[in-house]
Design a protein around this ligand. Structure first.
Ligand SMILES: Cc1ncc(COP(=O)(O)O)c(C=O)c1O
Length: 364
């Protein structure tokens, strides 16, 4: 007898898996926008110190981590939410805010988890096309907001297109969004964005109680294997509601210890960003030399169309992805992200990038 599932299961999309976890994963893994650098020695030591307490449940209130984030960003601990990765906060926000008859608005293509929010809640998802430069079109998004809208997501820099919009545009947008709408700016990659100081968006929180900045330790801090993210919120309302919809102990003890330690090493963040940006400049230049036109990346990855829109189909894209894989390089296919005919490639170490570029030149 087949199991009978809820009607939701038929609606829910599956998260695309990069195929990087199998035993025979290619050695150069550029498909998941991870950091190429391992955790800092001090962070490893903090994890080791926390190991001896694993017979105890983790602090369910994440008090120390929220205090450190409060000191770092100048936001009261009650306005900070922690999550089992920032994805956890995203999904919980969907659960807390959305229901059938409600609406959510986000750009497309954007982060592949956003469609889950509408599918899981039964809310109507309104997607807004990016502009000609693959950036968020905030005026068009504003036009889609109605009395039924509960949540608007702005991914900045945007995954998968790597592009960012200026904070000035987001500030103008926030001034026009009705106060009942939660605006969640997903800043998973904000440290790599050179258009604005990543701390500048935090100032907007004091003027917009409906604003949420979603951040993560997965990218620039290189801790995605542990799962820890956070949200800085304009008010205490969302953190409270998130705790109502989630299981207790959602952030494990090792993740809390590692995140607290990671925050004490901002100099390492700056160093890693500098190295990543140097690779970004060099990889993008060499992609252009191959006749490709990468989007203007402000992230730790690039977005490259393999030809003019509509001319390159899934077949050609699959051939290139397979060619790279044969040469030991794993990248993410655009078709897995809702945009066939493109590649999303994380910037790795100089050696990894060299290997990717050589493999790409041969494959093309
Ligand atoms: C835009 C964006 N937001 C959020 C996340 C989730 O990150 P995590 O759950 O690891 O914090 C990702 C991961 O790739 C992402 O690309």
């Amino acid at each position: 007898m087949a199991l009978e599932f809820s009607e939701r299961i038929a609606r829910l999309p599956r998260y695309p898996v990069a195929g990087g976890y199998a035993e025979q994963a290619p050695p150069v893994r550029l498909a998941s926008n991870e950091s190429p650098y391992p955790p800092l020695p001090a962070v490893r030591e903090a994890i080791e110190r926390a190991l001896g307490e694993l017979n105890r449940y983790p602090d369910p209130s994440n008090a120390l981590l929220r205090r450190r984030l409060s000191e770092r960003y100048g936001i009261a601990p009650a306005r900070i939410a922690i999550g089992n990765g920032s994805c956890d906060i995203l999904l919980a926000a969907g659960e807390a805010l959305l229901e059938p008859e409600a609406e959510l608005v986000y750009a497309w293509p954007s982060f592949s988890v956003y469609p889950h929010l509408g599918a899981a809640s039964g809310a109507r998802a309104v997607t807004v096309a990016l502009d000609a430069e693959d950036r968020h079109d905030l005026p068009a998004m504003l036009r889609e907001i109605t009395v039924a809208t509960r949540l608007v997501i702005v991914c900045n820099p945007n995954n998968p297109t790597s592009t960012a919009i200026e904070l000035r545009e987001i500030a103008d947008f926030l001034d026009q969004v009705p106060a009942h709408v939660c605006v969640l700016v997903d800043e998973a990659y904000c440290e790599f964005n050179l258009l604005d100081d990543p701390d500048a968006s935090v100032d907007l929180l004091d003027h917009h109680p409906n604003l949420v900045l979603l951040r993560t330790f997965s990218k620039v801090h290189g801790l995605c294997g542990l799962r820890v993210g956070f949200a800085l919120c304009g008010s205490e309302q969302l953190p409270r509601a998130l705790d109502q919809v989630r299981q207790p102990f959602f952030c494990n003890a090792l993740a809390q210890a590692a995140a607290v330690e990671a925050l004490a090493h901002q100099d390492a963040v700056i160093d890693r960003v500098a190295r990543n940006v140097a690779e970004r400049i060099s990889v993008d230049e060499r992609l252009r030399a191959l006749g490709l036109t990468p989007a203007r990346s402000q992230a730790n990855f690039c977005w490259v169309r393999l030809g003019e829109r509509e001319q390159v189909g899934e077949r050609e894209e699959a051939d290139v992805v397979a060619g790279l894989r044969e040469r030991g390089v794993l990248v993410r296919a655009g078709s897995a992200l809702g945009e066939p005919g493109a590649l999303r490639v994380t910037y790795g170490t100089p050696q990894e990038n060299e290997r990717f570029l050589r493999a790409l030149a041969e494959t093309l």
